[in-house]
Design a binder for this molecule. Structure first.
Ligand code: ADP
Ligand code: ASP
Ligand code: MG
Length: 814
């Protein structure tokens, strides 16, 4: 599961131990457990370790039994019976009669014991009662793995995990480790109970609600594991609970300190102490913590770790309802402090002036306060919090948070002492509407967009030089980050971003060799909501990657003409893949550089206009040559002159062949809604056949052979008061269409006759622009205009992507 950057980071150690924790939602019913088996088969080696929560909401049920018992409620025995039946159902659905029998017998004995404790001393055996959930769950999964896959055994955490006290759950690592090692068996897969342990006297304890996450990281520390995956019912940690905030975004990389704060505030995805064991001094290496969905194991989840600036900007919003706020001078005393620790009270505020009590301990705490005969004020409250790295130190964030929560008239605002959260204390429960409003205000629902720039030549360089200013200028680019630079052989990929102002220097210093497979692997695992590849290469080979980009949902913008002029089946495949995955493909600079011709055609087609004809001069080089040629100097002299000025390709035959113009005409005709291929456009190659295949040097030496043809063409035209221009023309006909690229004679007053040399001109006739066609004219090549045109595409792409919302799919019991 570890996200490995194949281009430049260290490789993960393939033979390390991994811990897999399956939460209650992943083990809720037999279908879920079957899914877990598939994950185990695919992801677990024999020496990996599995940690489990109780099945589904078994712990809630055990708490409920406890309350019924305390209240001497008659419903208790039927509630016990239905709990037993639910366990029996799981055993029967998953295990054969033979493998199920020992579990049924053990369950019978447990239920007898449970009933006895509930009826006699529920208070004294609370933790033993709660432990049944995890014990049953481990027993069942282990038996099922043994039956279906490979030998497996269970470890009851009360046999090794020693913690100081129920409040802090500080692990006694040395003693625990010794006992743990003794329990390990060779060549068998261990299934370990989460949530439970023992204190130093050997009495059962629990690690608190959602404590199995903590169990998993403790196991990782004891086993020196390299990866811990928390398999749950949602494919990562989101910027808010995705069940109720549809615009919540997955946080692909969550900084440790932010995850810790989320846990402290009671967010269900991570237990407050989950990260503690991972900073255990004796750990010789970093442990990677992942959150993934057991319902969609192939989807990359969230990774918790230490990351750079981009991940640190991630924010999330969380709420806690049905709390009690307890205020009293008495709470500042040492006596109160000790007493509250015993009740596992969460002290949200750092001033000891008040405490917030979570629902499940409210009764105990209020009873204790009543019996202590002290003056206290108890108020029902709720909390809503924004959590992010150093969020409390960002004045604008606090102001936004206050504005967003204003309508709920908070009693007070709290800034956590670590600065990673700001909290509003509310008089009433935080509603879904309020949570959504706060989420929107804090995150602007903005998606994080990664940018990979391919092609660092002329246009790439100018594009990058414009990038820092563009990023700071446009609101829609606020969360866009340069993360990759690709040359033809070397690449620089940084999940944490590349400073765009130093892009070139960083590339030169740090770029590494890459191949297509490594690149695709990274692109398949990138930690951004959206990824845009900006293709500024002239490379046909690179355009072959588009199919895979689109299949991965990656967006492409750029000036590369190859893909847009590929043959019809391939082009249609690209379009349909992009539309299936929602990939954007913008190429306004493939024709006429920054001139908005692609845009205009797209817009006409989208608006319902019907294009009848597209014509013009599409090559800056050929525009210059024929605007300048008046037969006073030979054509070949002019051509060499243009070449010396850098106005032609290094081999000018590429310009003279008309191929490039042919591709551009194809692209435009397609945008107008016609289906055709390159071979449907006839093209006049201005290079005589004899000169087409010889070397460039020989061609330049024999260039004069072109002269007679152009001199003749020029004088023929002049005789009719006309001029010669290299023209592209696509026209709809009654039989279909006609498309050609050739040297044409035009009247001197024709729109194409007197251009500024190098300019392109595009003339579009349509139903709406019929008698007086639409003309777009201007420089059709050049570094600035092309790079500027790509930036224009980038802004539109980011605006579109920011508006996109991906509803989160949660499959499970919730
Ligand atoms: P498990 O049973 O695997 O331990 P939990 O039910 O304890 O899982 O926690 C996962 C649930 O937490 C998800 O179903 C989700 O609805 C909820 N949740 C709340 N806040 C978030 C968040 N910020 N990101 C992801 N899930 C969240
Ligand atoms: N079963 C326990 C609970 O529901 C522990 C856990 O699921 O992590 O809180
Ligand atoms: Mg949980």
């Amino acid at each position: 599961m570890s996200r490995v950057n194949p281009v430049h980071t260290e490789q993960a150690n393939a033979i390390s131990t991994n811990v897999h924790k399956f939460g209650g939602s992943s083990l809720a019913d037999s279908a879920c457990i079957k899914r877990v088996l598939t994950i185990v088969r695919r992801h677990c080696k024999k020496d990996d370790l599995i940690v489990v929560s109780a099945n589904g909401d078994t712990t809630d049920t055990l708490f409920a039994l406890f309350e019924l018992a305390e209240a001497h409620d008659e419903a208790l025995s039927s509630a016990i019976e239905s709990l037993k039946l639910s366990q029996l159902k799981l055993i029967r659905e998953l295990l054969s009669i033979e493998s199920g029998q020992p579990l049924i017998e053990a369950l019978d004995a447990d239920i007898k014991q449970l009933t006895f404790w509930l009826l006699n001393q529920p208070q004294q055996f609370t933790n033993q009662i709660l432990a049944f959930g995890e014990v049953w769950s481990a027993r069942l999964l282990s038996a099922y793995i043994s039956q279906e896959y490979t030998a497996s055994y269970t470890i009851d955490a009360r046999d090794y995990l020693i913690v100081d006290d129920a409040k802090h759950c500080q692990v006694q690592y040395e003693a625990s480790q010794q006992q743990f090692n003794q329990l390990l068996e060779d060549q068998k897969l261990a299934v370990i109970t989460g949530y439970i342990g023992k204190d130093s006297k050997g009495e059962a304890i629990t690690l608190g609600r959602n404590g199995s996450d903590y169990s998993a990281t403790i196991v990782a520390a004891l086993a020196q594991a390299k990866n811990v995956t928390l398999w749950t019912d949602v494919d990562g940690i989101y910027s808010a609970d995705p069940r109720v905030v549809p615009n919540a975004r997955k946080l692909h990389r969550l900084p440790n300190e932010v995850a810790k704060e989320l846990g402290r505030l009671g967010n269900p995805v991570l237990h407050a102490k989950t990260l503690k064991p991972l900073s255990f001094e004796q750990l010789p290496h970093t442990v990677h913590l992942h959150v993934a969905s057991s319902f969609a194991p192939e989807v990359l989840g969230s990774e918790i770790g230490s990351f750079g600036e981009i991940a640190k900007q991630e924010l999330s919003v969380t709420r806690l309802n049905d709390l009690l706020l307890i205020e009293s001078e008495f709470l500042k005393t040492e006596q109160a402090k000790i007493a509250f620790e015993q009740f596992s009270v969460e002290q949200i505020d750092h001033e000891l002036g008040f405490v917030v009590v979570q629902q499940h301990t409210q009764q105990q705490v209020t009873d204790w306060l009543a019996s202590s005969n002290v003056q206290v004020r108890v108020t029902p409250i709720a909390l809503v919090a924004a959590v992010g790295h150093n969020i409390a130190q960002q004045g604008n964030m606090f102001a936004r948070f206050k504005r967003a929560t204003k309508s709920a008239k908070p009693l007070r605002f709290i800034q956590s002492s670590n600065n990673h959260s700001i909290i509003a204390v509310l008089k009433e429960n935080c509603t879904i509407e309020l949570l959504n409003r706060v989420h929107h205000a804090m995150t602007k629902d903005a998606r994080h967009i990664g940018l990979v720039v391919a092609g660092l030549g002329n246009i790439g360089e100018v594009f990058l030089s414009m990038l820092p200013e563009q990023l700071s200028r446009h609101h829609s680019l606020e969360n866009t980050y340069l993360v990759g630079l690709l040359g033809s052989k070397k690449a620089l990929i940084r999940d944490d971003g590349i400073n765009p102002a130093l892009a070139k220097a960083l590339y030169e210093q740090h770029a590494n060799d890459y191949d297509k497979a490594a690149l695709m692997e990274w692109l398949g695992n990138h930690p951004y909501d959206e990824l845009i590849v900006v293709d500024l290469t002239p490379s046909e080979e690179f355009s072959d990657y588009y199919q895979e980009f689109f299949a991965k949902g990656i967006h492409v913008i750029g000036a590369n003409k190859w893909a847009a002029s590929a043959d019809t089946p391939q082009y249609n495949r690209l379009l349909s893949t992009a539309s299936e995955t929602g990939s954007l493909w913008y190429g306004n600079t493939t024709v006429g550089a920054g001139l908005p011709v692609n845009y205009a055609l797209n817009d006409l087609a989208r608006s319902g206009d019907k294009v009848i004809e597209i014509s013009g001069i599409f090559s800056g080089t050929l525009s210059w040559l024929f605007e300048s040629y008046d037969a006073s100097v030979p054509f070949s002299t002019l051509l060499k002159d243009a070449r010396n000025q850098g106005l032609t390709e290094p081999d000018p035959r590429e310009d003279l062949s008309g191929k490039d113009v042919q591709r551009k005409l194809l692209i435009l005709a397609r945008l107008a809604g016609f289906e055709l291929s390159l071979s449907d456009i006839s093209v006049q190659n201005l290079v005589p056949e004899a000169l087409q295949t010889i070397s460039i040097d020989e061609f330049l030496a024999r260039c004069e052979e072109l002269d007679d043809y152009f001199e003749q063409a020029f004088s023929d035209a002049k005789a009719q008061n006309q001029c010669i221009r290299y023209v592209a023309k696509f026209a709809k006909t009654s039989a279909g269409y006609k498309a050609e690229v050739c040297l044409a004679q035009l009247g001197l007053s024709h729109a194409f006759a007197s251009l500024t040399p190098c300019d392109n001109i595009f003339q579009i006739k349509s139903q709406w622009y019929h008698d007086n066609p639409l003309i777009i004219r201007g420089p059709g090549a050049g570094r600035e205009v092309t790079a500027g045109g790509v930036h224009s595409d980038l802004v539109v792409a980011c605006q579109t992507l920011n508006k996109k919302s991906k509803p989160v799919e949660i499959r499970g019991i919730n």
